[in-house]
Design a protein around this ligand. Sequence first.
Ligand code: NAP
Length: 157
Amino acid sequence: MINLIWAMTSNRLIGKNNKIPWHVKEDLLYYKEKTKGQVVLMGENTYYSLKGYYKDKPLPYGKIYVASLSDNVFADAVKIDDVVSFLKENKEDLFVVGGASIYKLALDYADRLYISIIKGDYEGDTYFPSFSLDKFNLISEKETEKVKYLVYERKDI
Ligand SMILES: NC(=O)c1ccc[n+]([C@@H]2O[C@H](COP(=O)([O-])OP(=O)(O)OC[C@H]3O[C@@H](n4cnc5c(N)ncnc54)[C@H](OP(=O)(O)O)[C@@H]3O)[C@@H](O)[C@H]2O)c1
């Protein structure tokens, strides 16, 4: 099962200077609750972004795959140099946690989408790719003052 999880504004903004553009605690808690101890796939930029947030603390995942085309080595992660082949062969319950370039490659393989729509206007430089929900059913919807939480599941699984 391939899950994508992300938070974006209504115009699909997701990042600023390799960080999250907002600080919305309830969404952070939602993300942590969904991904804690899970197998995750992330791009190299997101990996360094998370390392910046966690500083010397270990990242809170069961297993980390980092997509990278560089020669860098990741002590706490398995390096993936071909995301599409990796996703096609995946048998794990995997959470794809960003960023933009990895979401773009993973959308066609996603079974489930956890989307947090962050309310308000923010500035940034990184956007979730445009995508269609035609092949997905909305299975859960919850709204608070700050966030709309949507969960979609692929129709043919
Ligand atoms: N709001 C959210 O939910 C959320 C979640 C996660 C991240 N973000 C934000 O998103 C931004 C980062 O996104 P990003 O797109 O810049 O970076 P990214 O997706 O985290 O990482 C991109 C990395 O993937 C590598 N890559 C590209 N294609 C690949 C392939 N086919 N196989 C293996 N590796 C491949 C790239 O290598 P090359 O550089 O060599 O091309 C690059 O090192 C940050 O601002 C972060 O805060 C937001």
